[in-house]
Design a protein around this ligand. Structure first.
Ligand SMILES: [Zn+2]
Length: 174
């Protein structure tokens, strides 16, 4: 995709990011709006009405974004965890390939992963845009191999990882 030639689907300004989720090009402003709305609505759609959350500072990019969106660590009764789309897509894939019990759950009563529909690519693009420092994750071994496979699928079929996660969610795997 030639970024320079692309325009924001919403306002026509220069595009910053192609959203596989919406299948649209977005400028910085609308990329931010879209991403934050998705993170917040993930919580709301699962019935979490709290405004205060506990966050887990593991130094990850995911934590940095949650910190940005939810502003402060608080003594809420729900803990926000830092797993992202790739973690859940892997969990679903491993469930079907190897009958592995998923290593991540989107949410249990007092724990939730608001970034379960946010990819590492989106996460990094967001933090870059905000000038927030972070460390990229590396994936080795079997995990790296499976992620490469999924990214390959993603190239040909944008949104493929998300579809896998939505299916896993629907049948109650994650
Ligand atoms: Zn725009």
């Amino acid at each position: 995709m030639e970024k320079s030639a692309s325009k924001c689907f919403t306002c026509g300004r220069e595009a910053y990011f192609y959203s596989a989720y919406l299948k649209q090009n977005l400028c910085k402003k609308h990329f931010e709006k879209m991403l934050i709305r998705r993170v917040r609505s993930a919580l709301i759609s699962k019935g979490y009405k709290q405004k205060a959350f506990r966050m887990t500072d593991d130094g990850s990019a995911a934590y940095r974004m949650l910190k940005f969106v939810f502003k402060k660590d608080d003594n809420g009764t729900v803990t926000l965890e830092n797993s992202v789309l790739e973690d859940f897509a892997l969990a679903v894939l491993e469930y079907f390939l190897a009958k592995k019990k998923p290593a991540h759950q989107i949410g249990l009563k007092t724990r939730f992963n608001p970034l379960y529909q946010v990819s590492e690519e989106e996460l990094y693009a967001f933090l870059d845009m905000k000038g927030i420092k972070y460390k990229k994750r590396t994936h080795g071994g079997r995990e790296g191999y499976l992620l490469d496979f999924m990214k390959d699928v993603e190239k040909r079929r944008p949104g493929g990882m998300l579809s896998a996660v939505k299916m896993g969610e629907k049948i109650g795997v994650i």
